[in-house]
Write a new protein. Structure first.
Length: 202
């Protein structure tokens, strides 16, 4: 973006709101997941693997994948794809009956969330004038930090009011909000030719 170009705050705030919802959705199941996963195993190591390792692997794998998907292309398709993957993983999780399937679903969910996180930050950078990038990235960080408060709190309330399974459906609905991202993202110009992968994009 041109250094002197004005910030279209309606679009930026819309993107922040979408990202806040997706991040909150991912956080909804965080406090209840170990309790829910205990039905599949009595091993704390296995429960810990299902809770953190699988999601971590997905998040790590998502960064280069997101960079590859966005290389020479717009950001919103990658963001929307990540939101759909995260939502689908959440919706199917209550129907799973083995720990292996749960771990696979968690890894897939983490992959989708990583696509959202990477594409959203790239979109913020694209929409920010060079002289205001620090400001907009700071606001982006504040919105994601707020999700760390909203998500687990909402998850606890939903689990207490309805059931542990209900938290996964709430997560899925919140993650689906990511498909609205193209309405808010002002895409930067993209190259006509696709270049090779570079970790500089991650």
């Amino acid at each position: 973006m041109n250094q002197d170009a004005p910030i279209v705050w309606a679009r930026v705030i819309g993107l922040y709101a979408v990202t806040l919802l997706v991040y909150s959705g991912f956080g909804v199941i965080q406090p209840i997941f170990p309790v829910w996963a205990a039905q599949f195993s009595s091993s704390m190591t296995e429960i810990g693997m299902a809770t953190t390792l699988s999601a971590g692997v997905g998040l790590i794998g998502a960064r280069p994948l997101a960079a590859w998907l966005m290389e020479g292309r717009h950001r919103s398709p990658t963001l929307a794809l990540g939101a759909l993957v995260s939502a689908a993983s959440a919706f199917v999780m209550p129907s799973l009956d083995t720990l292996g399937a749960v771990i696979l679903a968690r890894a897939t969910q983490g992959l989708g969330f990583g696509l959202v996180a990477t594409a959203a930050l790239a979109a913020v950078l694209d929409m920010a004038p060079a002289s205001r990038r620090g400001q907009l990235v700071g606001y982006f960080g504040a919105s994601t930090a707020l999700a760390l408060f909203i998500g687990p709190l909402l998850g606890g309330l939903v689990a207490a009011r309805w059931s542990l399974d209900a938290t996964f459906y709430v997560t899925g609905v919140l993650c689906l909000s990511g498909i609205s991202a193209p309405f808010f993202i002002r895409e930067a110009s993209v190259g006509a030719a696709r270049q090779g992968f570079s970790f500089a994009v991650v």
